[in-house]
Design a protein around this ligand. Structure first.
Ligand SMILES: Cc1cc2nc3c(=O)[nH]c(=O)nc-3n(C[C@H](O)[C@H](O)[C@H](O)COP(=O)(O)OP(=O)(O)OC[C@H]3O[C@@H](n4cnc5c(N)ncnc54)[C@H](O)[C@@H]3O)c2cc1C
Length: 408
């Protein structure tokens, strides 16, 4: 039987970054990554996740295929009785040049591919994992060609249905929302000026995120039947509809490339670890694409796991390390899952007290700068709301403005 210190199952963005991170930290690593269809989405990478990717050389490898995110704006477009004022979160207000970057997932995958190619401790097999056995002193992954690989630690980064999680008998509670996300990219005639605008509508958020040039990506959450009607529109008519829904802030809109649809759902797992097994990315948590949280959370999983395993190098998958990983990630994952769920459901509910609470929260955010600044820091690095942003993050997105620093 072949043997590795770490086997990562799943070559999505979270799995590939995890495998590269382990290899760069000096662990013999194997990544089981069957070919997957090209991902047409884009991802906003923020705060600590950006620092993690930057340390691995991925942000540099992206070159000019990334757009900075300097301002995040929330516009209440629900037309309800209780409406919130527009809230603008400016990176400069907390001493940063940007909150992070936005890039196409295909470009992120290519940049990751360029970096994995340089790492001599990482082997990639383009094969599915078909079985997993967990023992006290090792885990065994079976690949689809019948090869068995023994490992000190297996990382399941095999997505929200996670066959490895299932093989380990870890239960997940899944739920669906009555919503579909329409995902596309578009060109526009007015500069976005590094501003992302999230319109809160009665059917869900409608979010534009800058790409390089006069181009943006869109995640438009709609009722499933309406979503299908919009997707069937002629591209010119759809472009006009999008421009209207955005109140023409970016001028005329031209759809660029294919349109994808994602039925929205969420998942919560009973635990993130087992004997010699750790879940990373959507294998460990899933929720709707609101506020650019999913991949950022997955990258924070990866960063924490690599750090903790690095602190007990003699036995990478020990019980103690698994327990520490579970403890380190629980509250970040639970609070993000609950926060996104609450925001999404509050948009869908017509119940007046819920609308009052939602608009009250946003009003307070718009009127009280310390509250807004707290939310911005907390959004970038969990726990940094009060203490200030760590140097490792400021190093990549820090500006010349005065801001509170935190020495690690
Ligand atoms: C419309 C939309 C927009 C989004 N925008 C953002 C954003 O701006 N910012 C953000 O942070 N997040 C965003 N997200 C969330 C983010 O895209 C996901 O959290 C992230 O892509 C999940 O990555 P992953 O690697 O965990 O899972 P996946 O991308 O699902 O990767 C899992 C991989 O495992 C592989 N696999 C499955 N089974 C096996 C097996 N048996 N053996 C080997 N491999 C296997 C699959 O082929 C796949 O490649 C968005 C999500 C959606 C739907």
């Amino acid at each position: 039987m072949q043997r590795r210190q770490i086997v990562v199952v799943g070559g999505g963005l979270a799995g590939t970054a995890t495998a590269l991170g382990f290899a760069e930290a000096g662990f013999d690593t194997l990544l089981a990554a069957p070919p997957a269809p090209e991902d047409k989405r884009s991802s906003a990478i923020l705060g600590r996740s950006l620092a993690f990717l930057a340390e691995l050389g991925i942000i540099e490898a992206l070159q000019d295929r990334q757009a900075p995110l300097a301002v995040m704006r929330i516009v209440d477009d629900t037309g309800r009785l209780f409406r919130a004022p527009t809230v603008e979160f400016r990176a400069s207000e907390i001493g940063l040049t940007a909150f992070g970057i936005n890039a196409l997932n295909a470009d992120l995958a290519a940049a990751l591919g360029a970096c994995t190619g340089r790492s001599d401790r990482l082997e990639i097999r383009e094969l599915k994992a078909t079985d997993l056995t967990l023992e006290e002193d090792r885990a065994v992954v079976t690949l689809e060609d019948g090869t068995e690989i023994g490992a000190d630690l297996v990382v399941a980064a095999d997505g929200r249905r996670s066959p490895m999680r299932e093989a380990a008998g870890i239960k997940a509670r899944e739920w669906r929302y009555p919503q579909t996300a329409i995902v596309l990219n578009f060109d526009h005639t007015i500069d976005h000026n590094a501003v992302s605008t999230e319109f809160h509508t009665r059917t869900g958020p409608f979010t534009q995120v800058p790409l390089p040039g006069r181009r943006s990506s869109l995640v438009w959450v709609e009722e499933p039947k309406l979503a299908e009607l919009y997707i069937d529109l002629k591209p010119e008519k759809l472009g006009q509809t999008i421009a209207e829904k955005m109140h023409w802030i970016l001028g005329d809109v031209t759809i660029d490339g294919p349109i994808a649809r994602y039925p929205l759902g969420g998942a919560k797992v009973e635990r993130l670890t087992d004997r010699r097994l750790a879940l990373v990315g959507e294998a460990g948590h899933a929720f709707p694409p609101i506020g650019a949280q999913g991949l950022n959370l997955g990258l924070r999983d990866a960063e924490a796991l690599i750090r903790l395993v690095g602190e007990s190098r003699d036995d990478p998958g020990s019980r103690v390390t698994m327990r520490r990983y579970e403890a380190a990630r629980r509250s970040d994952i639970s609070s993000r899952t609950a926060g996104v769920d609450m925001l999404n459901r509050s948009l869908l509910m017509d119940f007046l007290p819920v609308q009052a609470a939602r608009s009250g929260g946003l009003t307070a955010m718009s009127l009280v700068p310390p509250l807004r600044q707290f939310a911005m820091r907390e959004g970038l690095v969990p726990g940094a709301g009060l203490t200030g942003l760590p140097r490792s993050v400021r190093k990549w997105i820090g500006g010349d403005h005065a801001g509170r620093d935190h020495v690690e």
